[in-house]
Write a protein that binds this ligand. Sequence first.
Ligand SMILES: [Zn+2]
Ligand SMILES: [Zn+2]
Length: 182
Amino acid sequence: MEQNYIQSQNPKYQLYQKKYQKQYWLKNKEKKLLYWKLYYQNPQNIEKRKNYQKLYFQKNKEKRRQQQKIIYLKIKNDKLLWAEHLKIGRKSAFRCYNRKKEIVFNAYGNKCNCCGENIKEFLTIDHVNNDGKIHRLSVKAGFALFNWAIKNNFPSSLQLLCWNCNMAKRWTGICPHELYKP
Ligand SMILES: [Zn+2]
Ligand SMILES: [Zn+2]
């Protein structure tokens, strides 16, 4: 067991292993992808996987914390490494944010509920009853709001509006579009 561990820490061996793994992956890519696609078509498997991940997360909490501590001690005094570390963290957070945003925007129809604007960059989440201020006290905005919407099965107390309609509604309580509707 220990012998194996020592061998696995050898850089030469690691390089060889990486190369071999890549070759293996390229050879069996199609087959593996198809296998996972079929696997995830079964909702039971998705549940199983989720439970396993949860368990794994809890089991390795202490280990992960120690690893993070080691990384922290290593890069603490190096400005360049620290900047790189932050960059990676920001990138992955941004990816996660965008993924959640897409789920929520899709669920709410991907367009402004008032004027029909459908360019993603112009859209934002709006509280239908203008109770966003109170809601934000308990849920917060942004990422947490997306999570809340997903968890609560996309309630009708939220809607998509473009920033124009959203701001107008925020100031006057009603979007001017409504006034000029035939
Ligand atoms: Zn609009
Ligand atoms: Zn409007």
